[in-house]
Design a protein around this ligand. Sequence first.
Ligand code: SAH
Length: 397
Amino acid sequence: MDKIYLKKGREESLLRFHPWVFSGAVAQIVGNPSEGDLVGVFSSSGDFLAEGHYQIGSIAVRILSFSADASKASFFEDRIRSAYSLRAAAGLAGSSETTCYRLVHGEGDFLPGLIIDWYDGVAVVQAHSVGMFRAKKRIADALKAVYGDSLKAVYDKSSGTAPFKAGLELIDGYLYKAEGFSSDEAVVLEGGNKFIVNWCEGQKTGFFLDQRDNRAAVGRLAAGRNVLNLFCYTGGFSIYALAGGAQHVDSVDSSSRAMELVDRNVALNGFAPERHTSVCADAIDFLKASPDGKYDLLIVDPPAFAKHRGALSNALRAYRRLNAAAIAKAAPGSFIFTFSCSQVVDKEAFALAVFSAAAETGRQVRILDRLCQPSDHAVNIYHPEGEYLKGLLLYVE
Ligand code: SAH
């Protein structure tokens, strides 16, 4: 294994278990590692610190282990088994009400660069690093070992997430299929509601599992309400609102493919079609054109407006404008669930953008709850960067 020696004093963050080594901290590389190779990381005085995947770029090593076990044959199986145990303990794996969950959440499961989502027997793997991309066969084998016969397929969907490098064949496809398995989509249960998930054609791994708890919160407040679900994707919030007794739900997304799935999901759950309207449109245009006071429960869950720090101030302006429009349109006595999934926008900055939005409208607004990502999107306490989803439940007088 090649070795990376850090500059003097730069071992501090690793001693506190932060799982990244920045290239500026590297003093010397002994050997000639290829990107994605397992390397050992040592302090300037030669003490072993950690092992991880070598990368070219601002992060030089993503740490897999602080105890020299990353090269063990059972490494991925051990880590995935431990991720599974946590989901089982949290009441997700093995639940009869919920058959989909995030099994591996990168650094939150001590596997930086790896995402695995579970859809009732189908594991969808997304590698965000060359090291994880190169390990995908071992990862598929580990999934087989952990799940046994309940594993129906492993689908690799890394083409949009693994950093492009010459020599990597970035083509999505199945790493494993059990005999007789043939479909690219499945019906999963979340909180007792049915959803069609298509991991090949859908966004991300097929479904936004991170909104499970917040969807349930919408369901609890939806009875009798006229709901607007903006950026609805396949209608996660809409289905919970209908199940919770909403009078009517309008679901809006700019993706026509997503809107087709919303209609299928509404029908699949047996809701009367007149309780729901699908609108394929730009969410902001739709909101601005909607009559004042029409809706009394609004969900605002846009895509990440800032993908990197440089986009932060534009993103904050966009959150402010969007939320101001939602608050201005809300009927007196409305609930608004508003979110940001931009990792670089922290919860204080988001709350400030929403505060400015409220102030712009001049309406009385109270914060009833602060919302976040669920337990299967766990945040490693030594890697606060893993916290990305934040939201507020507002009450507008
Ligand atoms: N709330 C969803 C997830 C939202 S993801 C859920 O619970 O599953 C963000 C969605 O915004 C995507 O479906 C994307 O198609 C949609 N989108 C992006 N830009 C948009 C725009 N300008 N207007 C409407 N929808 C948009």
